[in-house]
Design a protein around this ligand. Sequence first.
Ligand code: ADP
Length: 471
Amino acid sequence: MIKVLFTAFEADPFVKTGGLGDVAGSLPAATASSAYDVRVVLPKLSAIPEKYVKKMEFVTTFSVPLGWRNQYCGLFRLKHKGIWHYFLDNEYYFKRDQVYGEFDDGERVAFFSKAVLECILHLDDFVPDIIHCNDWHTALVPVFLKEQYLAIPDFPNIKTVFTIHNLKFQGMYSDFVIGDICGLSNTPAASQLLSDDHTANYLQGASIYCDRITTVSPTYAEEICMPYFGEGLDWLFNKRRDALTGILNGIDYKAWDPAKDKDIPVNYDISSLSKKQENKMKLQEELGLEVNKDIPLFVIISRLTEQKGLDLVNYLLPEFQKRNMQLAVLGVGDPEYENAFRYYAGIDPAKFSAQIKFDGGLSHRMYAGADVMLVPSRFEPCGLTQMIAMRYGTLPLVRETGGLKDTVHEDNGFSFLTFNAGDMLYAVDCALDVWFNHKKRWTSMQKTGMSEDYSWKASAKEYRKLYSELV
Ligand code: ADP
């Protein structure tokens, strides 16, 4: 039996702010089997809904050394989807208004990473063979393990996997944290963590200290070895190329299933695609758009940030207005984009809708009711929205980068390569041409997307293979 301790700062349904939450909420249960004992450890954030907190069972308390501090940590557990989830509690660090973006994130995640290692000493009969860490919030686990925990029996055998969900966010702080918070000043990590003379970079630390690095799509694994996508660390990924692989994320086929989805007005599947139109017209009505099944409805469901290619969309809004199409956006983010979408929704509400909020239920109705999902990202480690869209018979229109390139092809969607508004507009015009002039082709593309397998099955198999190679 291979024992895996999977750790992340968020996991659906406890806390989700983006794709990491989706992955951490699905992958552990998908990899668990009679041969793999997979358990999850998360921070007990105050954002976790009360209904889960009530069900948690108290295990014990212990203290966590953090530089010169000795901090309290409570350990709780809950069985969810058949696997143990452990929650590490410290109200000083985790009882906050927001999950990320606090002034002391560097200390909060260092505490969490240290507490992950400490909690192993309090789990009955479970010293993991592998700790699977995710993104910069858990990046210090491999560093602490190798620098401070090797004197503990069995700990030298623990291997670490570090998965990069988004290289843009690395956890960079003043080098003061290395000694004062991490207690690492007299170790080799003091220099390994430095990305320049005064900056400690947690993700860089993990990428040096872990046994294997994974990213969430094969193309993104190649891209981060190049300066354009490497966010300053391409030198390191080139150095560790042998340890680096890309494994495509999946989506949760139970949570995203047009045949059973309780959040959409009318359920449908590949054999009853005509019912998708009813969802479309209900959605047009809900969003205040012109209700007309013949006008193609494009949607965006996304964080409204530069990464997501919204500069292109912003630039093309006047062109979209001239065309026989509608665009509905669901998202929150940079005011620049929020306001551009609000403006167009204000001047032409029959064609544009701006839903500037985070709304899970509406996202389901939009996946079901849309004809095209726009994902013109500058870079996209994997991207879930294009896969969810395909499951709902909504054709993705993407830029060929990262996981978008690995999932969208000419028979299930539309794409363009260069990050250029003219190229994107050409792809939009191709989509409009297929919609208006080649209806059969449209339906066949929908069916191709709906019958492809983007569930966790294939990815879980690859992660299990990776785990077995390591032990
Ligand atoms: P990222 O992790 O970079 O934000 P992904 O495509 O990997 O992007 O995942 C985004 C996830 O968040 C999807 O499940 C998408 O449906 C969801 N999402 C994004 N914005 C919103 C929103 N405003 N309301 C509801 N769900 C959203």
